[in-house]
Design a protein around this ligand. Structure first.
Ligand SMILES: [Zn+2]
Length: 243
């Protein structure tokens, strides 16, 4: 997989699998439509109960290939105590200035896992600061058009839902690439919240629920403080009745 490069959409997550679980099918759909997508994990996931970091890294690369991402990179901001100091912010600014995305996606800055909360805040602030011309680094300033949040543990009313019906199977295949993390009857590692078979059932059910909100079989939901412009109001509500 190529190194960091210019992309249209840039997805940040604290841990490998955060983005895949919450927005993987949207990546598949966007890549199919011709957009370039980059993925950045802010940590190596070294605090995870199952799977050593080198195994998780290999799994993360395999998942990114299945999703169709142009690259997946891992920073080292500290799993379980994610750094949000100026040096960490400058690392994110560097990624944004190098990749020059139109849109940045990250965690909602208030989630059950504090690393998700910190990631959301850090990436939101870095996305803005990356556009300050007088903040001089090795790279020219660049400000994305918007920061958009995917949903993880806490449910926030979505700002919009992407119909990902055609991309759902590919997303679940990418998630299956994280073999050390999810349900494997042969694994001798300790059972965790996400290795319980009910976790993947929950992901499936959540996709079905978000899909139902827009009259589709599967959907992925996003929140943004900057509402998207809609030109075709009737079309935006096509295929469904009031639930
Ligand atoms: Zn996570």
């Amino acid at each position: 997989m190529n190194e960091r490069q210019p992309v249209d959409l840039l997805f940040f997550g604290a841990h490998a699998d955060d983005v895949d679980l919450s927005a993987g099918a949207t990546i598949v759909k966007m890549v199919k439509s011709g957009l370039r997508v980059g993925m950045v994990d802010l940590t190596h996931g070294e605090m995870g109960t199952r799977g050593a970091p080198h195994i998780r890294k290999r799994e993360a690369q395999a998942a990114a290939r299945i999703l169709g991402a142009s690259f997946r990179e891992q920073l080292d901001l500290g799993d379980g105590n994610l750094r949000t100091d100026r040096a960490a912010e400058l690392e994110i600014i560097d990624v944004i200035r190098r990749c020059r995305p139109s849109l940045v996606f990250t965690s909602w800055p208030d989630d059950r896992h504090p690393d998700h909360t910190r990631t959301g805040r850090l990436v939101t602030e870095a996305s803005f600061y990356a556009g300050l011309k007088k903040l001089e680094t090795d790279l020219p300033a660049h400000r994305p058009q918007a920061t958009i949040y995917y949903l993880q543990n806490y449910m926030i009313p979505p700002s919009f839902v992407v119909d990902v019906t055609a991309a759902w199977k590919t997303k679940m295949r990418a998630i299956a690439a994280f073999k050390s993390q999810f349900h494997d009857p042969k694994s001798k590692e300790p059972q965790t919240f996400i290795s319980d078979p009910r976790f993947l059932q929950m992901i499936e059910a959540r996709g079905g629920h978000f899909g139902a909100l827009i009259g589709a079989t599967y959907g992925e939901a996003f929140v943004t403080k900057q509402p998207p412009r809609v030109d075709d109001v009737i079309g935006a509500y096509g295929g469904r009745e009031i639930l």
